[in-house]
Write a protein of this length. Structure first.
Lengths: 169, 296
Protein backbone atom coordinates (compact mmCIF):
# COMPACT_ATOMS: atom_id res chain seq x y z
CA UNK A 1 0.00 0.00 0.00
CA UNK A 2 1.38 3.39 -0.92
CA UNK A 3 0.58 6.70 0.72
CA UNK A 4 -0.86 9.35 -1.56
CA UNK A 5 1.24 12.43 -0.84
CA UNK A 6 -0.42 14.61 -3.49
CA UNK A 7 -3.21 15.66 -1.14
CA UNK A 8 -2.12 19.29 -0.98
CA UNK A 9 -3.51 21.43 -3.74
CA UNK A 10 -0.53 23.76 -3.94
CA UNK A 11 -2.26 26.28 -6.16
CA UNK A 12 -5.09 26.86 -3.70
CA UNK A 13 -2.74 27.14 -0.75
CA UNK A 14 -0.61 29.62 -2.70
CA UNK A 15 -3.73 31.67 -3.51
CA UNK A 16 -4.75 31.71 0.15
CA UNK A 17 -1.24 32.67 1.31
CA UNK A 18 -1.18 35.50 -1.23
CA UNK A 19 -4.57 36.83 -0.08
CA UNK A 20 -3.81 36.72 3.66
CA UNK A 21 -0.35 38.29 3.52
CA UNK A 22 1.35 39.21 5.87
CA UNK A 23 -0.37 36.48 7.92
CA UNK A 24 1.06 32.98 7.70
CA UNK A 25 -1.43 30.07 7.58
CA UNK A 26 1.42 27.69 6.71
CA UNK A 27 2.72 28.10 10.29
CA UNK A 28 -0.46 26.79 11.98
CA UNK A 29 0.39 24.00 14.47
CA UNK A 30 -3.23 23.19 15.37
CA UNK A 31 -3.24 24.45 18.96
CA UNK A 32 -6.94 25.42 18.47
CA UNK A 33 -6.67 28.59 20.53
CA UNK A 34 -8.60 30.26 17.69
CA UNK A 35 -11.50 27.87 18.16
CA UNK A 36 -11.47 28.47 21.93
CA UNK A 37 -11.80 32.21 21.29
CA UNK A 38 -14.22 31.98 18.34
CA UNK A 39 -17.53 33.87 18.68
CA UNK A 40 -19.33 31.79 16.05
CA UNK A 41 -18.19 28.57 17.71
CA UNK A 42 -20.07 29.59 20.89
CA UNK A 43 -23.41 29.28 19.08
CA UNK A 44 -22.44 26.93 16.23
CA UNK A 45 -20.07 24.31 17.69
CA UNK A 46 -19.38 22.70 14.30
CA UNK A 47 -17.62 25.91 13.24
CA UNK A 48 -13.94 25.38 14.10
CA UNK A 49 -11.39 27.88 12.70
CA UNK A 50 -8.40 25.59 13.38
CA UNK A 51 -10.08 22.86 11.35
CA UNK A 52 -10.77 25.27 8.48
CA UNK A 53 -7.06 26.19 8.40
CA UNK A 54 -6.08 22.49 8.54
CA UNK A 55 -8.44 21.53 5.67
CA UNK A 56 -7.22 24.45 3.60
CA UNK A 57 -3.61 23.36 4.06
CA UNK A 58 -4.53 19.82 3.05
CA UNK A 59 -6.18 21.14 -0.09
CA UNK A 60 -9.61 19.78 0.92
CA UNK A 61 -11.05 23.02 -0.31
CA UNK A 62 -14.04 21.70 -2.27
CA UNK A 63 -15.31 19.81 0.77
CA UNK A 64 -14.93 22.98 2.82
CA UNK A 65 -16.68 25.21 0.28
CA UNK A 66 -19.47 22.68 -0.36
CA UNK A 67 -20.28 22.68 3.37
CA UNK A 68 -20.95 26.45 3.23
CA UNK A 69 -19.54 26.76 6.76
CA UNK A 70 -17.12 29.60 5.88
CA UNK A 71 -20.07 32.00 5.56
CA UNK A 72 -20.83 31.56 9.28
CA UNK A 73 -17.73 33.52 10.39
CA UNK A 74 -18.78 36.52 12.50
CA UNK A 75 -15.56 38.36 11.56
CA UNK A 76 -14.91 39.35 15.18
CA UNK A 77 -11.13 38.89 14.69
CA UNK A 78 -10.74 37.11 18.06
CA UNK A 79 -9.04 34.14 16.39
CA UNK A 80 -6.37 36.42 14.95
CA UNK A 81 -5.78 37.99 18.34
CA UNK A 82 -5.37 34.66 20.13
CA UNK A 83 -3.24 32.94 17.47
CA UNK A 84 0.40 32.49 18.57
CA UNK A 85 1.55 31.86 14.98
CA UNK A 86 0.20 34.94 13.17
CA UNK A 87 -2.14 32.74 11.13
CA UNK A 88 -5.25 34.96 11.43
CA UNK A 89 -7.88 32.27 10.61
CA UNK A 90 -10.45 35.03 9.96
CA UNK A 91 -8.32 36.26 7.08
CA UNK A 92 -7.99 32.69 5.78
CA UNK A 93 -11.79 32.48 5.84
CA UNK A 94 -12.12 35.80 3.97
CA UNK A 95 -9.62 34.48 1.37
CA UNK A 96 -11.65 31.26 1.07
CA UNK A 97 -14.83 33.28 0.54
CA UNK A 98 -13.09 35.21 -2.26
CA UNK A 99 -11.92 31.94 -3.84
CA UNK A 100 -15.39 30.43 -3.49
CA UNK A 101 -16.92 33.37 -5.38
CA UNK A 102 -14.23 33.14 -8.07
CA UNK A 103 -15.00 29.40 -8.40
CA UNK A 104 -18.71 30.12 -8.89
CA UNK A 105 -20.05 29.26 -5.41
CA UNK A 106 -22.99 31.42 -4.35
CA UNK A 107 -22.76 33.45 -1.13
CA UNK A 108 -25.75 33.99 1.22
CA UNK A 109 -28.50 35.87 -0.64
CA UNK A 110 -28.25 39.00 1.56
CA UNK A 111 -24.61 39.45 0.60
CA UNK A 112 -25.55 39.39 -3.09
CA UNK A 113 -28.19 42.04 -2.43
CA UNK A 114 -25.59 44.20 -0.67
CA UNK A 115 -23.21 43.93 -3.65
CA UNK A 116 -26.02 44.82 -6.07
CA UNK A 117 -27.00 47.84 -3.97
CA UNK A 118 -23.41 49.06 -3.74
CA UNK A 119 -23.06 48.94 -7.53
CA UNK A 120 -26.41 50.68 -8.09
CA UNK A 121 -26.61 53.06 -5.12
CA UNK A 122 -23.17 53.27 -3.51
CA UNK A 123 -24.60 51.88 -0.24
CA UNK A 124 -25.42 48.32 0.90
CA UNK A 125 -29.07 49.30 1.22
CA UNK A 126 -31.32 52.13 0.04
CA UNK A 127 -32.43 54.54 2.79
CA UNK A 128 -35.44 52.90 4.46
CA UNK A 129 -38.37 54.20 6.51
CA UNK A 130 -38.12 53.27 10.17
CA UNK A 131 -40.77 52.82 12.85
CA UNK A 132 -40.53 54.98 15.97
CA UNK A 133 -41.66 54.34 19.55
CA UNK A 134 -44.91 56.21 18.73
CA UNK A 135 -45.52 53.81 15.79
CA UNK A 136 -44.83 56.56 13.28
CA UNK A 137 -42.78 56.01 10.15
CA UNK A 138 -39.77 58.24 9.70
CA UNK A 139 -37.52 58.82 6.69
CA UNK A 140 -34.41 60.97 6.24
CA UNK A 141 -36.71 63.70 4.91
CA UNK A 142 -39.14 63.69 7.84
CA UNK A 143 -36.20 63.55 10.26
CA UNK A 144 -34.80 66.64 8.48
CA UNK A 145 -31.54 64.90 7.61
CA UNK A 146 -29.75 66.00 4.43
CA UNK A 147 -30.61 63.89 1.34
CA UNK A 148 -28.25 61.04 0.45
CA UNK A 149 -26.54 61.62 -2.84
CA UNK A 150 -25.25 58.81 -5.05
CA UNK A 151 -21.52 58.71 -4.30
CA UNK A 152 -20.47 56.95 -7.52
CA UNK A 153 -21.51 59.38 -10.21
CA UNK A 154 -18.60 58.66 -12.53
CA UNK A 155 -19.19 55.95 -15.20
CA UNK A 156 -15.66 54.61 -14.71
CA UNK A 157 -16.30 54.22 -10.97
CA UNK A 158 -19.43 52.16 -11.65
CA UNK A 159 -17.48 50.10 -14.20
CA UNK A 160 -14.82 49.44 -11.54
CA UNK A 161 -17.48 48.26 -9.09
CA UNK A 162 -19.13 46.04 -11.72
CA UNK A 163 -15.79 44.46 -12.55
CA UNK A 164 -14.92 43.86 -8.88
CA UNK A 165 -18.28 42.69 -7.51
CA UNK A 166 -20.47 42.01 -10.55
CA UNK A 167 -19.44 38.35 -10.76
CA UNK A 168 -21.54 37.52 -7.73
CA UNK A 169 -24.83 38.80 -9.16
CA UNK B 1 -12.04 73.77 17.46
CA UNK B 2 -11.31 70.41 15.81
CA UNK B 3 -12.74 69.86 12.35
CA UNK B 4 -13.61 66.45 10.83
CA UNK B 5 -15.20 64.98 7.73
CA UNK B 6 -18.35 63.24 8.98
CA UNK B 7 -18.11 59.77 7.44
CA UNK B 8 -21.44 57.97 7.91
CA UNK B 9 -20.86 54.72 5.99
CA UNK B 10 -23.95 52.69 4.94
CA UNK B 11 -25.94 51.56 7.94
CA UNK B 12 -26.16 54.92 9.68
CA UNK B 13 -27.52 57.05 6.80
CA UNK B 14 -29.87 54.32 5.50
CA UNK B 15 -31.50 53.06 8.71
CA UNK B 16 -29.68 53.83 11.99
CA UNK B 17 -30.75 57.48 11.85
CA UNK B 18 -30.57 58.07 15.62
CA UNK B 19 -26.77 57.88 15.52
CA UNK B 20 -26.55 60.50 12.76
CA UNK B 21 -29.10 62.80 14.47
CA UNK B 22 -27.38 62.57 17.86
CA UNK B 23 -23.85 62.98 16.42
CA UNK B 24 -24.91 66.01 14.38
CA UNK B 25 -26.57 67.64 17.40
CA UNK B 26 -24.12 66.68 20.14
CA UNK B 27 -20.60 66.93 18.69
CA UNK B 28 -20.78 70.63 17.61
CA UNK B 29 -21.89 71.50 21.15
CA UNK B 30 -18.65 69.93 22.38
CA UNK B 31 -16.55 72.07 20.06
CA UNK B 32 -16.28 69.58 17.17
CA UNK B 33 -16.94 70.98 13.71
CA UNK B 34 -18.45 68.44 11.30
CA UNK B 35 -18.10 68.77 7.54
CA UNK B 36 -20.48 66.65 5.43
CA UNK B 37 -18.82 64.00 3.27
CA UNK B 38 -21.63 62.80 0.96
CA UNK B 39 -19.35 61.58 -1.85
CA UNK B 40 -17.94 58.83 0.41
CA UNK B 41 -20.47 55.97 0.18
CA UNK B 42 -19.82 52.46 1.46
CA UNK B 43 -16.32 51.62 2.82
CA UNK B 44 -16.52 48.13 1.27
CA UNK B 45 -16.08 46.27 4.59
CA UNK B 46 -19.34 44.26 4.22
CA UNK B 47 -18.19 43.07 0.76
CA UNK B 48 -14.67 41.91 1.64
CA UNK B 49 -15.79 38.27 1.45
CA UNK B 50 -16.83 38.74 -2.17
CA UNK B 51 -13.66 40.44 -3.36
CA UNK B 52 -10.87 41.72 -1.13
CA UNK B 53 -9.53 43.93 -3.92
CA UNK B 54 -12.97 45.52 -4.27
CA UNK B 55 -12.97 46.29 -0.55
CA UNK B 56 -9.50 47.85 -0.80
CA UNK B 57 -10.64 49.92 -3.79
CA UNK B 58 -13.72 51.28 -1.98
CA UNK B 59 -11.85 52.32 1.16
CA UNK B 60 -8.87 53.65 -0.83
CA UNK B 61 -11.29 55.79 -2.83
CA UNK B 62 -12.72 57.34 0.36
CA UNK B 63 -9.25 57.93 1.85
CA UNK B 64 -8.08 59.59 -1.39
CA UNK B 65 -11.07 61.97 -1.60
CA UNK B 66 -10.61 62.89 2.07
CA UNK B 67 -6.86 63.45 1.62
CA UNK B 68 -7.62 65.89 -1.19
CA UNK B 69 -9.96 67.80 1.13
CA UNK B 70 -7.16 67.96 3.70
CA UNK B 71 -9.33 67.04 6.68
CA UNK B 72 -9.21 64.07 9.08
CA UNK B 73 -12.06 61.56 8.92
CA UNK B 74 -14.46 60.91 11.78
CA UNK B 75 -15.92 57.43 11.23
CA UNK B 76 -19.03 56.93 13.37
CA UNK B 77 -19.24 53.21 12.55
CA UNK B 78 -16.82 50.65 14.02
CA UNK B 79 -16.72 48.77 10.72
CA UNK B 80 -15.90 51.87 8.66
CA UNK B 81 -13.20 52.91 11.12
CA UNK B 82 -11.58 49.46 10.98
CA UNK B 83 -11.92 49.28 7.23
CA UNK B 84 -10.21 52.61 6.52
CA UNK B 85 -7.35 51.92 8.94
CA UNK B 86 -6.86 48.37 7.71
CA UNK B 87 -6.75 49.51 4.08
CA UNK B 88 -4.22 52.25 4.95
CA UNK B 89 -2.05 49.48 6.40
CA UNK B 90 -2.55 47.14 3.42
CA UNK B 91 -1.76 49.90 0.89
CA UNK B 92 1.35 50.87 2.83
CA UNK B 93 2.79 47.35 2.76
CA UNK B 94 1.59 45.84 -0.54
CA UNK B 95 3.16 47.59 -3.51
CA UNK B 96 1.57 45.40 -6.19
CA UNK B 97 -1.95 45.95 -4.84
CA UNK B 98 -1.21 49.65 -4.31
CA UNK B 99 -0.36 50.05 -7.99
CA UNK B 100 -3.47 48.14 -9.07
CA UNK B 101 -5.70 50.31 -6.89
CA UNK B 102 -3.99 53.50 -8.08
CA UNK B 103 -4.77 52.42 -11.66
CA UNK B 104 -8.45 51.72 -10.86
CA UNK B 105 -8.82 55.09 -9.14
CA UNK B 106 -7.03 57.00 -11.91
CA UNK B 107 -9.71 55.77 -14.37
CA UNK B 108 -12.26 57.83 -12.45
CA UNK B 109 -9.89 60.78 -12.10
CA UNK B 110 -8.85 60.15 -8.48
CA UNK B 111 -5.21 60.17 -7.39
CA UNK B 112 -4.48 57.50 -4.76
CA UNK B 113 -3.53 59.13 -1.46
CA UNK B 114 -4.03 57.44 1.89
CA UNK B 115 -2.14 59.98 3.94
CA UNK B 116 -5.16 60.94 6.01
CA UNK B 117 -5.98 60.48 9.70
CA UNK B 118 -8.98 58.36 10.69
CA UNK B 119 -10.70 58.69 14.06
CA UNK B 120 -13.68 57.00 15.67
CA UNK B 121 -16.43 58.61 17.80
CA UNK B 122 -14.90 57.30 21.02
CA UNK B 123 -11.54 58.91 20.21
CA UNK B 124 -13.12 62.22 19.23
CA UNK B 125 -15.03 62.28 22.55
CA UNK B 126 -12.15 61.07 24.71
CA UNK B 127 -9.03 62.40 22.99
CA UNK B 128 -10.26 65.58 21.28
CA UNK B 129 -13.13 66.85 23.44
CA UNK B 130 -11.61 65.37 26.59
CA UNK B 131 -13.03 64.05 29.84
CA UNK B 132 -12.70 67.34 31.76
CA UNK B 133 -14.60 69.30 29.11
CA UNK B 134 -17.36 66.68 29.00
CA UNK B 135 -17.63 66.79 32.82
CA UNK B 136 -17.87 70.56 32.76
CA UNK B 137 -20.79 70.45 30.31
CA UNK B 138 -22.89 67.89 32.21
CA UNK B 139 -26.11 69.44 33.51
CA UNK B 140 -28.11 66.22 33.89
CA UNK B 141 -25.79 63.60 35.42
CA UNK B 142 -26.66 59.94 34.76
CA UNK B 143 -26.32 59.37 38.48
CA UNK B 144 -27.05 55.99 39.99
CA UNK B 145 -27.52 54.35 36.59
CA UNK B 146 -25.29 51.36 35.95
CA UNK B 147 -24.44 51.35 32.25
CA UNK B 148 -22.60 48.59 30.39
CA UNK B 149 -20.31 49.91 27.69
CA UNK B 150 -20.51 47.65 24.65
CA UNK B 151 -17.53 48.46 22.42
CA UNK B 152 -18.19 45.89 19.68
CA UNK B 153 -15.48 43.84 18.00
CA UNK B 154 -13.98 46.38 15.68
CA UNK B 155 -13.26 49.02 18.28
CA UNK B 156 -10.82 46.53 19.82
CA UNK B 157 -9.74 44.26 16.96
CA UNK B 158 -7.86 43.56 14.70
CA UNK B 159 -4.95 44.51 16.94
CA UNK B 160 -2.31 44.68 14.18
CA UNK B 161 -3.57 48.16 13.24
CA UNK B 162 -4.17 51.18 15.54
CA UNK B 163 -7.43 50.79 17.47
CA UNK B 164 -9.64 53.47 19.07
CA UNK B 165 -9.26 51.53 22.34
CA UNK B 166 -5.60 50.45 22.25
CA UNK B 167 -5.75 48.69 25.63
CA UNK B 168 -7.99 45.91 24.29
CA UNK B 169 -10.69 46.98 26.75
CA UNK B 170 -13.26 49.80 26.51
CA UNK B 171 -11.37 52.04 28.97
CA UNK B 172 -11.95 55.31 27.09
CA UNK B 173 -15.59 54.34 26.65
CA UNK B 174 -16.03 53.73 30.40
CA UNK B 175 -14.25 56.94 31.35
CA UNK B 176 -16.68 58.89 29.11
CA UNK B 177 -19.61 57.16 30.88
CA UNK B 178 -18.07 57.97 34.28
CA UNK B 179 -17.70 61.61 33.21
CA UNK B 180 -21.46 61.62 32.51
CA UNK B 181 -22.05 60.45 36.08
CA UNK B 182 -22.98 56.85 35.26
CA UNK B 183 -21.75 53.77 37.08
CA UNK B 184 -19.57 51.45 35.00
CA UNK B 185 -18.11 48.00 35.53
CA UNK B 186 -17.15 44.54 34.38
CA UNK B 187 -19.28 41.86 32.80
CA UNK B 188 -18.11 38.70 31.04
CA UNK B 189 -17.12 38.93 27.37
CA UNK B 190 -17.36 42.73 27.35
CA UNK B 191 -15.26 42.79 24.17
CA UNK B 192 -17.34 40.05 22.55
CA UNK B 193 -19.22 39.93 19.28
CA UNK B 194 -22.86 41.00 18.71
CA UNK B 195 -23.23 38.53 15.83
CA UNK B 196 -24.39 41.05 13.20
CA UNK B 197 -22.06 39.66 10.53
CA UNK B 198 -23.62 36.22 11.00
CA UNK B 199 -27.07 37.54 10.02
CA UNK B 200 -26.85 36.72 6.28
CA UNK B 201 -25.74 33.16 7.17
CA UNK B 202 -28.19 32.46 9.99
CA UNK B 203 -30.27 35.01 11.95
CA UNK B 204 -31.03 32.31 14.52
CA UNK B 205 -27.37 31.84 15.45
CA UNK B 206 -26.68 35.58 15.31
CA UNK B 207 -29.54 36.23 17.76
CA UNK B 208 -28.19 33.60 20.15
CA UNK B 209 -24.86 35.41 20.25
CA UNK B 210 -26.55 38.74 21.09
CA UNK B 211 -28.69 37.01 23.71
CA UNK B 212 -25.55 35.87 25.56
CA UNK B 213 -24.39 39.51 25.71
CA UNK B 214 -27.67 40.85 27.07
CA UNK B 215 -27.84 38.04 29.64
CA UNK B 216 -24.31 38.80 30.87
CA UNK B 217 -25.19 42.49 31.29
CA UNK B 218 -28.39 41.67 33.18
CA UNK B 219 -26.64 39.10 35.39
CA UNK B 220 -24.07 41.70 36.39
CA UNK B 221 -26.73 44.23 37.39
CA UNK B 222 -26.54 46.69 34.49
CA UNK B 223 -29.65 48.82 33.91
CA UNK B 224 -28.71 49.94 30.41
CA UNK B 225 -26.09 49.47 27.73
CA UNK B 226 -24.47 51.71 25.16
CA UNK B 227 -22.56 51.25 21.95
CA UNK B 228 -20.91 53.32 19.25
CA UNK B 229 -21.47 50.85 16.41
CA UNK B 230 -24.61 50.85 14.22
CA UNK B 231 -24.37 47.07 13.70
CA UNK B 232 -24.23 46.39 17.46
CA UNK B 233 -27.15 48.81 17.91
CA UNK B 234 -29.12 46.99 15.23
CA UNK B 235 -28.65 43.70 17.09
CA UNK B 236 -28.99 44.89 20.70
CA UNK B 237 -31.78 47.43 20.22
CA UNK B 238 -33.66 46.96 16.96
CA UNK B 239 -33.75 43.16 17.16
CA UNK B 240 -34.22 42.81 20.93
CA UNK B 241 -37.82 41.55 20.55
CA UNK B 242 -36.78 38.96 17.97
CA UNK B 243 -33.90 37.84 20.19
CA UNK B 244 -36.20 37.32 23.19
CA UNK B 245 -38.53 35.29 21.00
CA UNK B 246 -35.70 33.22 19.51
CA UNK B 247 -34.18 32.17 22.84
CA UNK B 248 -37.51 32.14 24.73
CA UNK B 249 -36.28 34.33 27.58
CA UNK B 250 -38.53 37.30 28.45
CA UNK B 251 -36.01 38.69 30.92
CA UNK B 252 -33.64 39.73 28.13
CA UNK B 253 -34.82 43.33 28.09
CA UNK B 254 -32.43 46.26 28.46
CA UNK B 255 -32.42 49.91 27.33
CA UNK B 256 -29.81 50.49 24.60
CA UNK B 257 -28.34 53.87 23.68
CA UNK B 258 -25.75 55.26 21.32
CA UNK B 259 -22.96 56.90 23.32
CA UNK B 260 -23.76 60.17 21.53
CA UNK B 261 -27.35 59.92 22.84
CA UNK B 262 -26.14 59.52 26.45
CA UNK B 263 -23.70 62.43 26.12
CA UNK B 264 -26.56 64.49 24.66
CA UNK B 265 -28.92 63.59 27.51
CA UNK B 266 -26.28 64.46 30.10
CA UNK B 267 -25.51 67.85 28.54
CA UNK B 268 -29.22 68.67 28.53
CA UNK B 269 -30.46 67.97 25.00
CA UNK B 270 -34.07 66.88 24.40
CA UNK B 271 -34.80 63.24 23.46
CA UNK B 272 -36.09 64.26 19.99
CA UNK B 273 -32.78 66.08 19.31
CA UNK B 274 -31.08 62.74 19.96
CA UNK B 275 -33.43 60.55 17.92
CA UNK B 276 -34.35 58.67 21.11
CA UNK B 277 -37.87 58.00 19.82
CA UNK B 278 -36.21 55.73 17.24
CA UNK B 279 -34.64 53.40 19.83
CA UNK B 280 -36.90 50.36 20.10
CA UNK B 281 -35.53 49.04 23.42
CA UNK B 282 -37.12 50.34 26.67
CA UNK B 283 -35.01 53.54 26.89
CA UNK B 284 -37.85 55.26 28.78
CA UNK B 285 -36.81 53.26 31.88
CA UNK B 286 -33.66 55.39 32.01
CA UNK B 287 -35.36 58.61 30.87
CA UNK B 288 -37.92 58.33 33.70
CA UNK B 289 -35.11 58.12 36.26
CA UNK B 290 -33.69 61.32 34.78
CA UNK B 291 -37.12 62.98 34.88
CA UNK B 292 -37.25 63.27 31.09
CA UNK B 293 -40.19 62.40 28.83
CA UNK B 294 -39.40 60.68 25.56
CA UNK B 295 -41.91 62.98 23.81
CA UNK B 296 -39.90 66.16 24.66
Amino acid sequence: MSLDVRLIDKKILEDVIELVKPHTPQYCYQCAKCTSACSTSKVLPEYKPHLIVALTRLGLIKELLNSGIIWACSECWKCAEYCPQNVAPVEVVIALKNLAIAMGYKPPEDLKVMAKNVIELGYISPPIEVLSKEFEMYSRTTLELPPLIKPYINTEAVNNLRKLFGGVL
Amino acid sequence: MSKFLLFLGCTIPTKQYAYEISARNVLPRLGIELVDFPEAGCCGFPLKGINKKGWVYMSARILSIAAKKGLPILALCNGCDTSLRKIKDILKHDEVLRNEIAELLSREGIKLNFNVDVYHTIEVLHDFVGIERIKALVVRPLKGIKIASYPGCHMLRPTDIPRPEPSGEPKKFDSILSALGAEVGYYPDKGGCCGATMLPYSPKHAFKLTAIKIKNMKDFGFQATTTSCPYCMEMLDSKQDAIRAEVGDDTLSIPVFYITQLVGLAIGLKPKELGLNLNLSPVEEVLERLGVSIYE
